[in-house]
Design a protein around this ligand. Sequence first.
Ligand SMILES: C[S@@+](CC[C@H](N)C(=O)[O-])C[C@H]1O[C@@H](n2cnc3c(N)ncnc32)[C@H](O)[C@@H]1O
Length: 231
Amino acid sequence: MDQGQGIADLQGNAQHIEDAYCTQSDRAHRKKFGQVFTPPRLAALMADWVCAIKPQTVIDPAFGTGALARAVWDRSPKTQIIGYDIDPVVCDYVADLSYENMTLKCENYLAHQLNNIAGFIANPPYIRQRDLECGEAMRQNLSARAGHAIPKSANIYIHFCTKMILELAQGGRAAIIIPSEWLNANFSTSLKAMLIERDCLKHIISFSHDTALFDDAMTTASILLLERPHD
Ligand SMILES: C[S@@+](CC[C@H](N)C(=O)[O-])C[C@H]1O[C@@H](n2cnc3c(N)ncnc32)[C@H](O)[C@@H]1O
């Protein structure tokens, strides 16, 4: 990312849907569901990576107001886009924003086992393990599928990343934005092991800690660009 680019430029000015949702929703509600929305410039960068392979289907497992899905749609309107979001409030909010080939399921992505997905684009929620409902059963199930124990201290975004890596098709791509802490944290050992073992990490874009990328949250950010090799 060009150091000279200002924050306003990184965020872009096409955030009306997200801005309106933030204005009319309660901050505590957004915090509970980990609702921090991806700025358009970052969504564009992530969608470029995923859409370059012309995937038939792209999944956004943490849809929110659809910033990432819209970036995919802009580039590839024929791609089938499926979103999941667990929050009925945000699902209701975007129910009227209908795009051809885009489906939103108001469901928990972590409760669905998927397979052979050509593309993922995601800004998973940042929620601590102790605040998760049914966290332990989910952690054990995902750890067994991954072949690596996800530490109890892991934030929910580690669960999302693990699940997406497991579900990616051969040749499939994923673009995932998460806080940079995973790079140094103990709770990400299982994720790092999977990335190395499966040889799917192609690039990491890490933003400097003093870059305030998000309107509504103080968090660091890094983008993982993944591609699953063919067997
Ligand atoms: C960080 S926001 C990202 C929203 C949007 N994709 C974006 O990039 O702007 C994460 C979203 O995930 C949703 N969420 C939280 N837990 C979830 C779960 N278990 N399954 C599906 N969605 C979930 C939240 O309601 C929130 O809207």
